[in-house]
Design a protein around this ligand. Structure first.
Ligand code: ADP
Ligand code: ASP
Ligand code: MG
Length: 819
């Protein structure tokens, strides 16, 4: 005989009952079927709500009519479709149950309380109506059916609302009952009788357990749990879009997964079927041809050590602490005695090795009761200050990874915790079962959805995600968007999902939950109605559960740079060519690095010096290997390299600047280049990178423009005035030429002093040949002397800068290791 259990999700309406009937009758052709049914969808919740309403004296009529509508509309629908469906008989049973319910509710209202025994009688009423509806449908379809009464044949003891099966006692009762073997058996789930013959229920969602008890009692060949998903997935498919079906699980794996929140199976289900070694299959009523998930005593999956991830929400952590805990024998047993006496189930326990405190997690619904029983049990210790007041922390979740193979593998916990840190979630407590089959972490509830998404990604997909927000669509921003558009499909083929979710200029911000279409970003931006603020994008990230958000600041704006600490603290990586943050005060510079370290986010700015050239990274690598900067000389400005190169060729300063500007080689305001300020900023960044503590004012800067030149006005006015500097400049160039030299704008660090200014250099000087936008950086260090390390190449231009930003962006991808 096979046992088939159909949950409320499979019994939502008349059509679903027919689908169930089709499945059962099809299977009945080859083997006898025992069907265990839940109440129709929503009915048990409705009954629970009714009990609570009655206790609090609230009006129950709306809930009653809702219940009646659910039940009677299914019966009427079936009667309409099947001429021989005996709706009157089924309706009679349903009416009896509703009458019984109303009487009981009245009693509860009068008393203002509901004993658990009465509660149990009420909340399983839906199951009893459900079996009548279904047994009649089977009969009307021409097959014999009998209703099995679990309150006469199944034995379970303990609490009225959370009883545990006695399989041996149930076997005896079944052996005495002579039940027709060739009829379809239909049994209400969720309830049984105790040894005193009273009705008990098996805990919410307990029909799975009923099926397992029945299967064990009658030695069924299989126990199938039919639900609304194709089987057990490696994460809840309703929460993780990419969750994959697990073909096979061991009993223990299934137990751990369900215990830690995988609602697809009730945690108590596995006990009986494992003990009697009955195979269990989870299958989909809506997709009966799918094979489902097989649960047996083996664990087969060579590919995945971790089989699944689950989360338990609405968890409260209780902390019992105080000087009285130390060395006092029996504290733990007193705590858990008190808790279990009140039928509160403990989900997870941790104890500090100092024995100063014991913490454990319970369902939040039990928290008020738990506090009360502990305060009673430890009244004396609390009043004598041997214990601190019992502390409760709400709104937590437990996230667990499960797999039999975890025992033999190293690095799993590391990967799990790396995933949680990637989610930026604070771990409140950790527990690992001694079987090493599961590891659980208690985290803030509001982060559980993100945590499960990232953990799933890291264990089950090779997908790496970058969730980008681009601010600034000027020269560099535009070039970056173009490169991103081109690379997106290539990265995708390498399992990297790089999407731009937001794009902003100084006026507007376009946001798209699917990621912006980069081929049309101009029109997306033009029609956008929101504005770039941290609050706006933070809300967007939360709403869309983005897990690796990066702000790419392609502006040269100081007001945006001032917010980097806030960006990092809000969980964003920051990638930028904007030099303003790194050249702000030393205090802010340090604060930025501290924020990045604390939030485990990256602040990346390789393009601050030498655009796409590998300057910062090289310097950081050298210094972390123990090198020290001794001196530095370089042409750090692509625009000045270009302009001074053009002066060699006989061009005027005004003409050279205009060309550099139109080629996109200058800062948006060319005065930033010509004033020397841009070079000074780069020099400051180099110096700070090398460990020198200094401010921008400490740098000696000589402007490119003659002291007499008036550089006021708008960008355009400035450019119009620039020819006035030509004559004076020509003289400088000519003087140098007379000595066989050329002019170069050089930044240097020497003896702890930073300078930038114009130098005339001869052909023997390494910077003589540097022009046309090239940069050259000569780094003299402990390891590189007397011949310095020279980095040379184009140090300006939208494409190389954007490519450098792109490279930084790729470095925000989380650390990954295959396990
Ligand atoms: P039923 O009414 O059939 O008993 P439940 O709602 O109790 O159905 O259980 C099925 C639900 O369990 C699914 O719809 C799914 O959202 C949830 N679930 C949670 N974790 C998992 C998982 N790992 N695999 C499959 N389903 C899961
Ligand atoms: N109907 C009960 C509940 O919702 C039992 C079950 O369906 O498993 O809790
Ligand atoms: Mg269920």
């Amino acid at each position: 005989m096979q046992v088939l259990k159909f949950g409320g999700s499979s019994l939502a309406d008349a059509q679903r009952y027919q689908m169930v009937r089709d499945i059962v009758l099809d299977k009945q052709k080859s083997e006898s079927q025992a069907v265990v049914l839940s109440a129709p969808k929503g009915v048990t919740n409705n009954l629970v709500a009714l009990v609570n309403a009655a206790i609090s004296g609230a009006d129950t009529s709306a809930l009653i009519s809702q219940l009646e509508t659910t039940l009677f509309s299914i019966i009427q629908d079936l009667a309409q479709q099947y001429a021989n469906y005996d709706a009157a008989a089924v309706t009679k049973v349903a009416e009896e149950k509703v009458t019984f319910l109303k009487q009981r509710l009245q009693g509860i209202q009068l008393l203002g309380q509901c004993p658990n025994s009465v509660n149990a009688e009420i909340i399983c009423l839906g199951e009893f109506v459900s079996v009548e509806i279904f047994a009649e449908l089977v009969r009307a379809s021409g097959t014999k059916s009998i209703v099995i009464n679990p309150t006469k044949l199944l034995v379970a003891n303990g609490d009225y609302l959370e009883a545990f099966a006695d399989i041996e006692a149930s076997r005896k009762l079944f052996a005495q009952a002579s039940l027709e073997q060739d009829a379809v058996w239909v049994m209400p789930g969720f309830c049984a009788q105790n040894s005193e013959g009273e009705l008990v229920t098996l805990g919410r969602n307990g029909s799975d357990y009923s099926a397992a008890i029945l299967a064990a009692t009658i030695d069924a060949s299989v126990c199938e749990i039919w639900t609304d998903v194709d089987g057990v997935y490696n994460a809840d498919p309703n929460k993780v879009f990419e969750a994959q079906l697990v073909e096979q699980l061991s009993y223990q794996e299934a137990m751990e997964l369900s215990y830690f929140g995988a609602a697809v199976l009730h945690p108590k289900t596995i006990g009986p079927i494992a003990r009697y070694n009955i195979a269990c299959r989870i299958r989909n009523t809506l997709n009966p041809s799918a094979p489902g998930t097989l649960i047996t005593n083996e664990s087969i999956d060579l590919e995945h050590v971790v089989k699944g991830i689950s989360t338990l929400n609405d968890v409260t952590m209780v902390n019992v602490a105080g000087p009285g805990m130390k060395g006092m024998v029996g504290m733990a047993s007193r705590i858990f005695d008190a808790i279990s006496r009140d039928n509160i189930s403990v989900l997870l326990i941790t104890q500090s090795s100092s024995e100063y405190s014991i913490s454990f997690c319970i369902h939040s619904a039990d928290s008020a009761r738990a506090k009360q029983v502990l305060e009673q049990a430890f009244e004396l210790e609390l009043s004598n200050n041997l214990l601190e007041p019992i502390e409760l922390r709400d709104e937590l979740s437990v996230i667990s990874i499960v797999g039999d193979g975890m025992r033999m593998h190293k690095g799993i916990a590391a990967k799990f915790f790396a995933s949680l840190s990637q989610t930026n979630v604070n771990i409140v407590a950790i527990a690992q079962g001694s079987s090493e089959r599961s590891i659980s972490a208690v985290i803030e509830g509001k982060k559980s959805q993100d945590a499960i998404k990232v953990t799933h990604q890291n264990f089950f997909t090779n997908l790496n995600v970058i969730d980008a927000f681009v601010v600034g669509c000027g020269t560099v921003g535009k070039a970056l968007l173009k490169q991103l558009e081109k690379q997106q499909p290539i990265l995708k083929s390498r399992n990297i999902s790089l999407k731009v979710y937001g794009l902003a200029n100084s006026r507007q911000m376009a946001l798209s939950a699917e990621g912006l279409d980069l081929a049309n970003w101009e029109s997306e931006l033009a029609s956008a109605d929101s504005k770039f603020t941290l609050d706006n994008i933070q809300q967007f990230v939360t709403d869309n559960h983005l897990i690796n958000p990066v702000i790419i600041d392609c502006t040269s704006n100081e007001a945006i740079a001032d917010q980097y600490v806030n960006f990092l603290s809000a969980g964003f990586h920051v990638v930028t060519p904007n030099k303003k943050a790194n050249t702000s005060s030393m205090a802010f510079y340090n604060e930025l690095r501290q924020a990045a370290a604390e939030t485990n986010r990256r602040f990346l700015y390789e393009t601050n010096v030498g655009a796409g050239l590998p300057v910062i990274d090289t310097l950081q690598s050298l210094l972390s290997a123990g090198d020290e900067l001794i001196g530095f000389q370089g042409i750090l400005s692509g625009s000045l390299s270009f302009i001074f190169g053009k002066l060699d060729e006989g061009m005027s300063i005004a003409e050279a600047t205009a060309i550099a500007r139109s080629n996109g080689f200058t800062e948006p305001d060319p005065r930033e280049d010509l004033s020397g300020l841009d070079v000074a900023r780069k020099l400051l960044i180099m110096a700070r990178e090398a460990g020198m503590e200094m401010e921008l004012e400490d740098i000696e800067v000589q402007s490119v423009l003659p002291a007499s030149f008036d550089d006021a006005g708008s960008n355009d006015e400035f450019m119009e005035n620039l020819p006035k500097a030509n004559a004076e400049y020509q003289k400088l160039v000519d003087d140098a030429k007379a000595e066989g030299k050329v002019l170069r704008y050089v930044g240097s660090i020497e003896n702890g002093k930073c300078r930038c200014g114009i130098q005339a250099v001869g052909p023997e000087h390494p910077l003589f040949a540097i022009k046309d936008g090239e940069n050259a950086l000569a780094i003299e260090s402990l390891y590189y002397q007397p011949i310095p390390l020279v980095i040379r190449g184009y140090g300006a231009g939208a494409d190389v800068t954007a490519a450098g930003v792109f490279a930084d962006l790729m470095r925000t991808m989380p650390w990954k290791r295959e396990v």
